[in-house]
Design a protein around this ligand. Structure first.
Ligand SMILES: [Zn+2]
Length: 255
């Protein structure tokens, strides 16, 4: 018999789900109280399982868990938000996969981080709403980088830390941000970035996530510019491309 003390509750978002044994599933959660945690949902693949519908990918759930010998076990699950549209629309779904994979790759197990949880639920809510999906992803990248210790340099030069002025026009992927003109001259791998893209990044770093709706009018080339500097910055941190990026690009090409 488990003692009562070994049961605990937390809210969480399901980042990843895989089969485990005959009828169970392993879930990778990002939880409000304990950060990323892998747990087991017993019997979740049986169609008669009462909990099965609640522990779908990307759902926001309130869970009760029991401490297990290796992995903890889900004993109850209630839906807080199913983010319904994420499951019904391929562009939204491909963005959700990308967000979930980024969180999974950039965080370690069992380290609580409420700001990352808050960012994740705000981002999924935005993807489930009317905000432009690509800009929500950019917002998420900028803020997640900040929360895992790689805040992009948008006010000071990434190399010499001097205050940037509006004549800055190069981005260093390795340095993680903008370069002043002097440092840019010495960095052959720096990427060009125009003032409007630089300003849009500023705006996204400073404002709440709803601000993505106000950037709807940004041109497609400008949005691609922002995307390419952030992707180039994430690549050395992740040490490889994400599987979900291929999915994201394939969905974009098809639409
Ligand atoms: Zn500099």
């Amino acid at each position: 018999m488990r003692s009562r003390e070994r049961l605990y509750r937390t809210e969480a978002v399901i980042l990843r789900r895989s089969d485990f044994g005959e009828a169970d599933r392993m879930l990778t959660l990002f939880s409000a109280k304990y950060g990323k945690r892998r747990v087991i949902a017993k019997g979740a693949r049986k169609t008669t399982s009462r909990r099965a519908g609640h522990i779908e990918l990307f759902n926001r759930v309130e869970l009760q868990l029991a401490t297990g010998r290796n992995l903890d076990i889900v004993t109850d699950a209630q839906i807080v938000d199913p983010y319904k549209l994420l499951h019904e629309d391929l562009p939204r779904l491909s963005h959700a996969y990308y967000i979930a994979e980024l969180v999974d790759k950039l965080t370690v197990d069992d380290e609580d981080n409420w700001p990352i949880y808050k960012l994740l639920i705000d981002t999924f809510a935005a993807l489930n709403g009317s905000a432009p999906l690509d800009l929500v992803a950019r917002y998420f990248e900028l803020h997640l980088l900040n929360l895992v210790g790689y805040r992009p340099y948008l006010f000071q030069c990434a190399v010499c830390q001097e205050d940037l002025t509006e004549d800055a026009e190069r981005w260093s992927p390795a340095g993680g941000g903008m370069l002043c003109q002097r440092c840019a001259a010495r960095e052959p791998h720096a990427l060009p970035i125009g003032l409007p893209a630089f300003k849009a990044l500023h705006y996204l770093q400073r404002e709440p996530i709803d601000a993505t709706e106000e950037l709807q009018r940004l041109s497609e080339p400008l949005r691609r510019e922002i995307e390419s500097v952030l992707r180039a910055t994430l690549r050395p941190i992740l040490e490889r491309d994400l599987k979900s990026v291929e999915f994201l690009d394939a969905v974009r090409l098809a639409s």
